[in-house]
Design a protein around this ligand. Structure first.
Ligand SMILES: NC(=O)c1ccc[n+]([C@@H]2O[C@H](COP(=O)([O-])OP(=O)(O)OC[C@H]3O[C@@H](n4cnc5c(N)ncnc54)[C@H](O)[C@@H]3O)[C@@H](O)[C@H]2O)c1
Length: 416
C-alpha cells in the first residue's frame, strides 16, 4: 500500500531511476550480489530519505536483498513524484509527495512506522525522534538503525548523552566514503545547480556569501569560486575560519557580509544564521538560499515580519518586499535548495553513500545483537570496501605496500 501524488508517473520515474543506475556501478554491483544471496530476507526496513532517483536505486537494492521496504520523504520539498510512483509500482510501500505540509509529513512518517520495522534508515532524525517520543511500541521490533546526515548525527549524539537513545544507530554520515564526497562534492555541485536552476543568475563577479565552512560549505565555496564568484565565508569556529582564510576566501561576520552580499547560502546545521539585523542591511535584490538540513538557517518568520508583502515570481523563487522598499529573494522556501530546486546530489556521489547504507543493513542483520543503544561509526572494513569498489568501478588502480614498507610504517627502529 502506498500514497504518492500520481501513480501514473511511474513510467517517467522508472526512466529517471534507470538513468541514475548508469552512474551508480557500486550499488548496482551490490544489488546483483544481493539478488543471489538475499541477505535481507525477512527484514522490514522503514526509511525516511529524500525520495530522489538515487534513493530509487537504493530501494531497488534493498528489495533485491529480500527486504520489505517502506519509504517516506525526509523533507517536504525533496520528493521527486515520478520516482515515488515508480518505487510504489516496483514493490516498496511509499508515502511521499512533493509539497507535504507538516501534518502530512508526519502522517507519512507514521505510515512507515506502522510497518513495524526491524531497521530504520533516517536522514535528519525525524523517524527515530518520532519513535522515541510518540511510537515507543515500535522499539519491540527494531534491531538498529542508520543515519545519513550531519543534522541527524547532532540529534542522536545529544540523545545518547541524555540516555534517550534506545537502540544502536550507525553514523553513515561520518564514513569517509560519505562526508568527504557527499557533503563536499555532492552539496558543492548540487547547491550551485539549485541556485542556477531557480534564478539563472550569473555567478561570476558576484559576492557569494556562505554561512559556515564545514564539509558542505567547503564544497559550495570551492564550486562558487570556480564559477568566478567572490566567495565570502562566515564562521563561529576559529579553526574553520582560519582554514577558509588560507583556502583563499574572505572571512567576515555575517553583519558585514550582509551589507555586500549578492547571493547568500547557509549550510551549518544551526539556526538563525541569517536573521532580522542581517536582512535590514542587505542590498535590494539579494538572493537567499539554504543547503542545511532544516529550514531554520534563514529566519523566515523575521523576514516576513520585516516585509510588506511577498509573491512567487518564478518556480522556487519568492520575492519579499521589505517595508523599506528593498526586495529580497528567497529560494525554495529556505529548504535544501539542491534538492528542492535541483535533483540533489549527482548519482556518482550517492553511489557511495547508499553503498554504505546497503552494506550496513546486512551488517546490522548479522551484528546488531552485539551493539548497545549508542551511536556507532561505520566499520572501517565497510568504509574501505566502498572506496575499493568505487575505485574499481571507475578503473583506477592504486599501489599496495611492500612488506618492507609495512614494517617501516609500523615500527620505530629506523630513523636518521
Ligand atoms: N543539502 C544537502 O544535500 C546536504 C548534504 C549533507 C549535509 N547536509 C546538511 O548540511 C548541514 C551542514 O553539514 P556539514 O556536514 O557541512 O556540517 P559540519 O559540521 O561539517 O559544518 C557545519 C559548520 O557550520 C559552522 N557553524 C555553526 N554555527 C554557525 C554560525 N552561527 N555561523 C557560521 N557558521 C556556523 C560550524 O562551525 C561548522 O564549521 C547539516 O544540516 C547537514 O545535515 C545537507
Amino acid at each position: 500500500m502506498s500514497k504518492v501524488k500520481d501513480p501514473n508517473l511511474a513510467e517517467e520515474g522508472k526512466a529517471r531511476i534507470d538513468w541514475a543506475e548508469n552512474n551508480m556501478p557500486v550499488l548496482v554491483g551490490i544489488r546483483k550480489d544481493f539478488e543471489k544471496r538475499k541477505p535481507l530476507a525477512g527484514i522490514t526496513i522503514s526509511a525516511c530519505l529524500h525520495v530522489t532517483k538515487e534513493t530509487g536505486v537504493l530501494v531497488r537494492t534493498l528489495l533485491a536483498g529480500g527486504a520489505k521496504v517502506n519509504l517516506c520523504g525526509s523533507n517536504p520539498l525533496s520528493t521527486q513524484d515520478d520516482v515515488a510512483a515508480a518505487l510504489a509500482a516496483e514493490g516498496a510501500n511509499v508515502f511521499a509527495w512533493r509539497g507535504v505540509n507538516n501534518e502530512e509529513y508526519y502522517w507519512c512518517v507514521n505510515q512507515v512506522l506502522d510497518a513495524r520495522p526491524n531497521i530504520t534508515m533516517d536522514d535528519g532524525g525525524d523517524l527515530v525522534t518520532t519513535i522515541l517520543t510518540k511510537r515507543p511500541e515500535c522499539l519491540e521490533n527494531i534491531i538498529a538503525g542508520t543515519e545519513e546526515t550531519t543534522t541527524g548525527m547532532i540529534r542522536f549524539r545529544a540523545m545518547e548523552k541524555e540516555g534517550m537513545l534506545k537502540y544502536p544507530i550507525i553514523a553513515v554520515n561520518d564514513a569517509y566514503t560519505k562526508y568527504l564526497f557527499d557533503n563536499r562534492y555532492g552539496t558543492g555541485q548540487s547547491t550551485i545547480d539549485g541556485i542556477l536552476r531557480a534564478t539563472s543568475v550569473l555567478l561570476a563577479g558576484k559576492n557569494f556569501v556562505i554561512g559556515g565552512y564545514g564539509w558542505c560549505s567547503r564544497g559550495i565555496a570551492m564550486r562558487a569560486k570556480g564559477m568566478g564568484a567572490n566567495v565570502i565565508v562566515t564562521e563561529v569556529n576559529p579553526l574553520r575560519a582560519l582554514e577558509a582564510v588560507m583556502d583563499g576566501f574572505q572571512v567576515m561576520s555575517m553583519d558585514k557580509a550582509a551589507e555586500i552580499g549578492d547571493v547568500f547560502v547557509t549550510a551549518t546545521g544551526n539556526k538563525d544564521i541569517i536573521r532580522k539585523e542581517h536582512f535590514e542591511k542587505m542590498k535590494s535584490g539579494a538572493i537567499l538560499a539554504n543547503s542545511g538540513h532544516f529550514n531554520v538557517e534563514i529566519n523566515i518568520p523575521e523576514l516576513e515580519s520585516l516585509s510588506s508583502g511577498k509573491m512567487v515570481v518564478r518556480n522556487n523563487v519568492e520575492e519579499f518586499t521589505l517595508k523599506n522598499g528593498k526586495k529580497i529573494y528567497l529560494l525554495a522556501e529556505g529548504r535544501l535548495v539542491n534538492l528542492a530546486a535541483a535533483e540533489g546530489h549527482p548519482s556518482e556521489i550517492m553511489d557511495m553513500s547508499f553503498a554504505n547504507q546497503t552494506l550496513l543493513a546486512e551488517y546490522l542483520v548479522k551484528h546488531a545483537k552485539n551493539l548497545e543503544p549508542k551511536v556507532y561509526k561505520v566499520p572501517d572494513e565497510i568504509d574501505k570496501k566502498v572506496a575499493r569498489l568505487k575505485l574499481h568501478a571507475i578503473n583506477v588502480q592504486i599501489d599496495t605496500l611492500t612488506p618492507e614498507q609495512e614494517k617501516y610504517i609500523s615500527g620505530w627502529e629506523e630513523g636518521t
